[in-house]
Design a binder for this molecule. Sequence first.
Ligand code: SAH
Ligand code: SF4
Length: 373
Amino acid sequence: MKFTPDKPAIYGETLDSLTARLTEAGQPAFRTRQILDWLYKKRVRTWAEMTNLSRELRAWLEANFDLEPTAFVLDRQSNDETDKLLLELRDKSLIETVIIRAPMLGVGIDKSRKTICISTQVGCAMGCKFCASGLAGLKRNLTAGEIVHQLIQVCRQEDALTPRAHAELASFDNIVVMGMGEPLHNYDAVLRALTIVNAEWGLGFGARRITLSTSGLVPRILQLADESLGLRLAISLHGATDEVREQIMPVNKRYPLAELLPAVRAFSEKHGRMVTLEFILIEEINDSLDQAEKLRDIARDLHAHVNLIPYNTVEGLPWKRPSITRQERFADVLRAARVPVTLRREKGHDIAAACGQLRLKTEKAREEATANP
Ligand code: SAH
Ligand code: SF4
């Protein structure tokens, strides 16, 4: 399951770790900043373009690091609001990175907002019953470099759209860690990657504009609360009682609500930030008024924002999205109690939901192509 590439991706190195490697190789420390500048500010695709480095240093870098850990396979503009990039890793695994040109997570209603949704694993081990990413289990963790490189690919994508060369990552409003995988199940690589994304010598993207979504790994939520990186947190709740939650999320057996909710409170108290509770509405599973009332109480208690997401149908799975009337009825229970709630209705907005589906389709097509060449 562990992936050991021939050469580590250079995008997984920090200022300190890269300086240490260079020093070992007898290079002066000031070279690190020059290299990071080529990677994150200029976003070059070849070592040869790093023209202020000696030929010898470039050869050393090439021998020791991978400069392109992900390769662009396909750009699927699912509608005018979302753009899905399918990326292939060195071991031929596929991941998705999504650009959403619309508001997310109730952070605003401005249509010009741009959000990037990144993946953290190939597949997922958590086995949520409704989710395309978890259908085939976990294939492997992404490395920190593979996580960071998704954002480099997004920047390049934007560069191609805008005549102005080198659109900065800063032109995006938010990054959400809501693609394929459970980020807290790949804790070290995710934290390292987000530190690089945030660092001034890296992509310089504010931690407060990064939201990490988790299915609820309690010890890791507590660990995250202690990190100095001030990320925002979203919890995939999807059930307001153990009975309902456990039906669709096996992780609830390990970490039931009585453990999860205090951990969420600890996080939000430490960071002084509202946490988001995500709640997918699935017909006849969790869309009753009783669930709405219990969710209202939990949200009030935690001072949390609630994000209601009408379920996005997954091929091969039986679940359905409730009617709009039922969705509104559910949301009204929360609104009546003045709980801040967002109900996403337009198709393009449930992109995090659709994350994992493009990869699944492409893998199926590949299998068929191998079976019937
Ligand atoms: N593993 C993390 C982050 C990735 S999933 C987590 O579970 O939080 C991102 C979000 O998409 C989660 O809230 C997840 O429950 C939701 N999701 C997954 N499949 C979905 C679907 N078919 N329809 C709607 N939301 C879905
Ligand atoms: Fe994994 Fe999240 Fe999908 Fe659950 S919802 S299977 S945790 S990606």
